[in-house]
Design a protein around this ligand. Structure first.
Ligand SMILES: [Zn+2]
Length: 365
């Protein structure tokens, strides 16, 4: 591995030992000062890293921050970062311990759908089931439990209203033709879903695969793609670039499932459309918590280390409409992860030293 390679690795053994040593989650009362050799605030690196938190919020940050705190956590050759935001998960368990303080679940049964909450440790935002049609994706692959089938534009609007009432933070549509055998939502249905979602102040993300899936997503006016659009044609890539359409990378899962599509990611990045971080964890082979391989692939596709880290922090918080979530600025939630060494040149030795979610210490140094 070369020196520039991103390789933030969780040494899970070390992490769980640390958690056991501190007796698990606890809220720190009063001011807590965290110091390290460097800090990434969601956009920039600065040195030394100094961060002051109180009652679950950031109350000061910066190299010249002069603060007397009741408690100081000194971590020397380490980087303080915002807690990571994974925009594409299918499980919440074990994520916060691995450094993800916010997760967006893009496919779960209706019975599991909940309004945004931090009850499980990370902030959890949910889509609930994917809006689709009978006999289509995802029920063809994952069974009917995470699919919500609709039959018409009016039916699609009613489904969105029901999901909004049940606490959905985003609406996800499935547009996957498989190998040509799976029916999909019509463009009229996608448009109806987008219009109703916007009326409910929600955005629509699309699982859009193959040329026809991407075509219907673009014609339907979705707000985001939940994966790198591996099947996109050159014309579709130009259209995605023209719209600056946000997309979630999920390059690792695509590498595992389909042999990857770095070429499409490279074209979008070179054109100025940078992906957001998301892993599709819940699929076999994707680790819980921060996924090093995903970060490496984003870097290989042409993003600089600060761009990769911003995709998982400040830009992800903005995509959720929740800035300053994902940034270490005054007033932001005290969602913090500290890793060994320099997060610009993350190595296989970069174990997680500290994880804090809304000021609650999840992993203690
Ligand atoms: Zn997924």
């Amino acid at each position: 591995m070369n020196a520039r390679a991103l390789a933030l690795v969780v040494l899970l053994g070390a992490v769980s030992a640390a958690a056991a040593g501190c007796g698990g989650k606890h809220q720190l009362h009063g001011d807590v000062l965290i110091t390290a050799a460097r800090l990434f605030d969601g956009t920039h690196f600065e040195s030394p890293g100094r961060l002051l938190v109180r009652d679950g919020k950031v109350i000061g940050v910066g190299p010249s921050l002069a603060a007397k705190a009741k408690r100081t956590i000194r971590l020397r050759d380490a980087t303080i970062l915002p807690g990571f935001i994974d925009l594409h998960v299918h499980t919440e368990a074990g994520m916060v311990e691995g450094g993800d303080t916010t997760v967006r679940n893009l496919g779960a049964p209706l019975s599991a759908l909940r309004p945004p909450s931090r009850q499980l440790g990370p902030l959890v935002l949910m889509a609930g089931p994917l809006v689709s049609v009978s006999g289509g994706y995802p029920e063809t692959v994952w069974g009917p439990s995470i699919a919500l089938d609709v039959r018409s534009p009016a039916d699609a609007r009613a489904a969105v209203r029901m999901l909004a009432r049940r606490g959905a933070a985003v609406i996800k549509v499935a547009l996957d033709p498989g190998h040509g055998a799976w029916p999909m939502l019509s463009v009229a249905e996608v448009r109806a879903i987008v219009a109703e979602a916007h009326a409910q102040r929600l955005r629509v993300t699309a699982h859009a695969m193959g040329v026809e899936g991407v075509r219907r997503a673009l014609a339907g006016g979705v707000d985001e793609l939940a994966h790198t659009p591996c099947g996109a044609t050159p014309d579709q890539i130009r259209e995605i670039l023209r719209r600056h359409l946000p997309f979630v990378a999920t390059l690792h899962v695509e590498e595992l499932v389909d042999g990857g599509c770095l070429g499409v990611a490279r074209q979008l990045i070179a054109g100025g459309d940078l992906p957001l971080y998301g892993t599709d964890v819940g699929n076999a082979g994707i680790p819980l918590g921060i996924d090093v391989r995903e970060l490496q692939l984003m870097h290989e596709a042409g993003m600089t280390p600060p761009q990769v880290l911003a995709a998982a922090t400040s830009r992800a918080g903005a995509e959720l409409g929740r800035s300053p979530l994902g940034s270490l600025v005054t007033g932001a939630p005290a969602d913090v992860v500290v890793v060994h060494g320099d997060a610009r040149v993350l190595s296989n030795e970069s174990a997680r030293l500290l994880v804090m979610s809304r000021g609650n210490v999840i992993i203690a140094p």
